[in-house]
Design a protein around this ligand. Structure first.
Ligand SMILES: *[C@@H]1O[C@H](CO)[C@@H](O)[C@H](O)[C@H]1NC(C)=O
Ligand SMILES: [Zn+2]
Length: 522
């Protein structure tokens, strides 16, 4: 037997480190597994003792059901297309105003409702509550739609509202005439049944959302600010019910947008002395600019997955994911970088985890034998919640890294503030309850909207802005929005009316029940 020498001492330390590492790994794995099978931040107030305010049931006669679809189809048939901020269809918008008055006579004659037209084509309604001490809320939707042409391959003409297999086809069925008509149809039926709200509320219908809302939403906001209105919360379009849209998620989920990304449109330009193409310099304005654009594309903005509300989307849905996603989503404290990298594989999911960079225009040159003196490109960036507009601009400058390329901000704004979604957040919990009242099979989670809505103009009026429409989207359906064959099932539209019917009554709840927390955190 040899005497213990330096070798066995080394072995002793290696063994020690090995067992320490093993212990740490096992502990981490144990915690990760415990979280995987117990993390359910979704029970929340479901079992709590809610004040009952839903006294009027949503039961429609056969005649009312027909009337509801007739009204909706008429709305789809009016081509309220916004082509650009200065090119809207005034004739169609006027026709739409007439349709609203015809379809919802009770809304327009009720002594509880004040209606005004704003900026010629937008509509603002105030529905008076019996308890003026309850802070009002607001429902938003927009009347205008993006262009659509039958020749793009529609199964039914885009402004026909034709029915195929119990789906109503047409531009605006998803975005956003279901909300416009659904909200007012629900109010019409409530008022007809003698309903008078406790909590007052506003309804705002913008007419130019698809071209930034600078006339409709902006002027409605101006009016409300003049009147010193403050809102307890605001609901606009944005997220949907996603059924089979998120990979690995077994069940349909309703995402409520609690923030939306910011935006920057940046112009890059290079100016060089003009000249004849027979004696070109080594680098042209086009070449210099192309290289700068390529550097922007090759060096995407940093991955920020886990630093914005998208983190909580995963944690809220974690228990509904398949393994191994369930394991990853339950343990973002450990796996956020891995999940982020998985999301980066597809543009549609990558958008949730970083500021995206899209080169959208590139202009230069006038003649085949003339060196152009100017080349310019436009880059459109959508800014993640964890970054500011200024940080993004600084990064662009450093990525471009060439004094000859001028970088100018054309238009931009910071990401929208993140609205509250805790168990004490009134708007979020009322919304969640209303979703579950109508669709009990859903899981509700907060989400980050990657596109913008009219609601961003309202940020000074409401600290809590939510973006959700009770539209049921299956795989591929999200492409129908602004795409071809936009459609909604008749059942879904009826449920939308039912949802607003329920939501309006739930908003009469004075305050949330005490929390009986179902959260098990490890
Ligand atoms: C504008 O709307 C009217 C219907 O209100 C329609 O007849 C007309 O074709 C529309 N114009 C355009 C350019 O879409
Ligand atoms: Zn929309």
């Amino acid at each position: 037997m040899a005497a213990p020498g330096p070798n066995s001492k080394l072995l002793f330390y290696v063994k020690g480190i090995f067992f320490a590492l093993l212990f740490i790994t096992l502990s981490v794995l144990t915690i990760a597994c415990l979280r995987t099978f117990s993390l359910n931040v979704n029970v929340g107030l479901k079992l709590a003792d809610w004040e009952k305010t839903k006294h009027i049931g949503f039961d429609l006669s056969q005649r009312q059901r027909e009337e509801l679809f007739t009204n909706f189809k008429e709305a789809i048939r009016i081509p309220t297309v916004s082509y650009s901020p200065t090119d809207i269809n005034a004739t169609a918008l006027d026709e739409f105003s007439r349709l609203l008055r015809k379809a919802f006579p009770t809304v327009f004659t009720s002594s509880l409702v004040q209606h005004e037209v704003v900026a010629d084509y937008s509509h603002l309604f105030w529905v008076q509550g019996s308890h003026p001490d309850l802070v009002p809320y607001m429902l938003l939707a927009h009347i205008d739609v993006v262009p659509a042409s039958e020749s793009d391959g529609w199964e039914a003409p885009p402004f026909s509202a034709e029915e195929i297999d119990n789906f109503i086809y047409g531009r605006g069925t998803l975005d956003d005439k279901g909300c416009v008509m659904g909200i007012l149809q629900a109010l019409e039926y409530l008022l007809m049944k003698g309903y008078a709200p406790r909590r007052g509320f506003y309804i705002g219908l913008g007419h130019d959302e698809e071209v930034s809302g600078l006339n409709g939403a902006v002027n409605i906001v101006r009016l409300l600010k003049q009147r010193n209105v403050q809102l307890s919360f605001l609901l606009d379009e944005g997220f949907l019910v996603l059924d089979g849209v998120i990979k690995g998620l077994n069940e349909p989920a309703a995402l409520i947008g609690v923030s939306e990304k910011g935006m920057a449109t940046v112009k890059l330009s290079v100016t060089t002395p003009p000249g004849h193409s027979s004696m070109p310099p080594r680098e042209s304005s086009i070449g210099i600019l192309a290289a700068a654009v390529k550097r922007l594309e090759d060096n995407p903005m940093p991955m920020l997955f886990g630093q914005g509300p998208e983190r909580d989307t995963f944690e809220h849905l974690a228990h509904k994911f398949n393994l191994p996603l369930r394991f990853l989503a339950s343990n973002l404290w450990l796996f956020a970088p891995i999940v982020g990298r998985l999301l980066a594989l597809q543009p549609s999911t990558d958008a949730f985890s970083r500021t995206t960079t899209a080169v959208t225009m590139f202009n230069s040159g006038v003649k085949v034998n003339v060196l152009p003196s100017v080349a310019e490109a436009f880059v459109n960036l959508r800014i993640h919640s964890a970054q500011s507009l200024q940080e993004v601009l600084d990064l662009i400058n450093s990525k471009v890294g060439d004094q000859r390329v001028k970088v100018e901000l054309v238009h931009g704004f910071d990401p929208l503030p993140v609205s509250s979604y805790s168990e004490t957040s009134y708007g979020y919990q009322i919304l969640k309850k209303s979703i579950l009242d109508v669709f009990p099979q859903l899981t509700v989670a907060p989400g980050l909207c990657i596109a913008n809505t009219d609601s961003r103009h309202y940020k000074d009026l409401a600290a809590d802005i939510y973006r959700f429409a009770p539209i049921w989207a299956k795989g591929g359906d999200t492409q129908r929005i602004h795409g071809i064959n936009e459609r909604i099932s008749k059942q879904n539209y009826e449920d939308m009316v039912g949802f607003y019917f329920t939501l309006i009554q739930n908003c009469d709840i004075k305050k949330l029940p005490e929390t009986h927390s179902g959260v098990h955190e490890f």
